[in-house]
Ligand binder design. Sequence first.
Ligand code: ADP
Ligand code: MG
Length: 209
Amino acid sequence: MCVWNEGRKGGGVFIVIEGLDGAGKSTQADMLVERLKKSSFDAVKLKEPTNGRWGTEIRRIAEEGREHLSPDEEAELFIKDREEDSRLNIIPALSAGKIVVMDRYINSNAAYQGALGLEPEMIFKKNAGFPQPDAVFFLELTPEEGLRRVNQRGAANAGFEKIDYLKKVHDIFNGDAGGFKKMIRIDALKPPEKIAEIVWQNVAPLLKK
Ligand code: ADP
Ligand code: MG
């Protein structure tokens, strides 16, 4: 598949921010997009799961409980969501030369569905035809701290955020499957402005004016 090459032709840059819930992904995605726009870059913020039909289904399952879904079926929903997101959002933006800042992407699937028993490398393989990021940041914090922040925010959900499960997710993120080794790791306990500066130092060299 050559979807990514198509995206590349336009000269866009694809940045992904990963981490457990509460790690600060949305905070950093907002700060990065704002800084890019201030520097006159055409930046768009995207997130997965999306607000499209498959992403909405994933969110509904996360809230209502995932007991009736097998890990494979769950992984398949994320693939469908990503297929739609690539076609409607990611590839058009990259082709138009935009900077795409994505909140969660393939590595989240490999870690979260991996923690349900799927092989992370198999998940990476299934996602090989989608646009591949130029840089992936991993905001690192313990599952306990992530949950503490999320609970403070008052948005814990039953399906995706049990502590034992999150510990498995965390271990897989810290494992050595291909997609994880390439991540740029940042201590998520640093103040948001410090993290944003580290992100910027890594993003700036990728930008072409
Ligand atoms: P995520 O999108 O990864 O779930 P958020 O960006 O929503 O995380 O942040 C989760 C919570 O933690 C929010 O209340 C946010 O204000 C707070 N937060 C974000 N970044 C930091 C940080 N670096 N240090 C302390 N608190 C943070
Ligand atoms: Mg978020």
